[in-house]
Design a binder for this molecule. Structure first.
Ligand code: FE
Ligand code: FE
Ligand code: MG
Length: 169
């Protein structure tokens, strides 16, 4: 992969940053599709509240993919060109919805967000004080992923408490 100009920014290899950004890029597309399809097939109690959240998150993940591909290009790299590459580069994988139940889907999504938080924390640590532009981008994304995880957890807790309250009636 051709890298223009200096291949090192303050002690970090640009090639390495591009490689890690492409892994995050794969994660974002898979996260986008996971939210997209979960929102279509989800079933069960309070599913409308869950659909609103899943759709918002799908939109955010696609925006993250856009932020990352922009930065890869600025660094002289090429974003993954083939969707097949998403599966070989992903950090967080893809969890196809299995039983379509609201609680199960929220649990899968929470796991995905926890993985995203760890990916972007590592990228922020690597680029801090070295590649300021990438640091700024991954920090913005990290803040979104933290919010995603909190929103899903709150919804998950509301639904499980509601189900318990019905059982105990
Ligand atoms: Fe994301
Ligand atoms: Fe997210
Ligand atoms: Mg949200």
């Amino acid at each position: 992969m051709a890298v223009r100009g200096n291949s090192i920014i303050k002690g970090i290899e640009i090639e390495e940053v591009i490689k890690l950004l492409n892994k995050a890029y794969a994660d974002e597309w898979l996260a986008y599709y996971q939210y997209y399809i979960e929102s279509k097939v989800i079933k069960g109690i309070m599913k409308d509240a869950a659909i609103t959240e899943l759709d918002q998150h799908a939109t955010d993940e696609l925006r993250h993919a856009d932020m990352i591909s922009g930065r890869i290009l600025q660094l002289g790299g090429i974003p993954l060109l083939n969707p097949k590459d998403w599966f070989t580069h992903t950090n967080c994988g893809y969890e196809a919805p299995s039983n379509f139940d609201v609680v199960g889907i929220l649990e899968d999504a929470i796991k995905g967000e926890q993985c995203a938080i760890s990916t972007y924390s590592d990228l922020a640590e690597l680029t801090k004080d070295k590649d300021i532009v990438t640091y700024d981008i991954v920090s913005q994304i990290l803040a979104d992923e933290v919010e995603h995880e909190e929103d899903l957890q709150a919804l998950h807790d509301d639904i499980t408490e509601f189900v318990e309250s019905i059982k105990n009636r």
